[in-house]
Design a protein. Sequence first.
Length: 164
Amino acid sequence: MIEVTKERPEGARAGPCTIDLHFPGEHHIPSDLGCVHSVADSVALVARKMGFRPDRVQYVKIAVAEAVVNAMEHGNGLERRQKVVIKVVSAANALEIDVRDQSQQPFPSAAIAPSGPPNLAERIADNQAPRGWGIFLIRSLVDEVEFSSGTQGNTVRMVVYTDR
């Protein structure tokens, strides 16, 4: 297990959302979009310390950011008092990241069903909604992804292997 503590540099002022994440552990983050980068950066630091290639570290960072934004917006309705729970577990050859919202509504099956790539030409022509590409990105950037719903909310479980 890798223990990572992300701290603010000395003299740094608190931003819109200051989070000191300590891994391993479970963290409850307010549904505030200002927190997304701090969470993604913290998980990317774990991936770097585990020896992931730089491109894979970026994949982890983007996938985590997408999952956190989805949990905040779609699961928690951007209600700051609703938390997003982040759990990161590092193993010898894999990094597992769980992102859970506090929604009482399960994932809509259409939202999480595997689908083909977004149609960029349709989006540019303004014939397709600008939103809704997050799950496609997550599926494309991690090695395993699982969506589950329960009494405590909806969880996106992502696994990324160090040797791929």
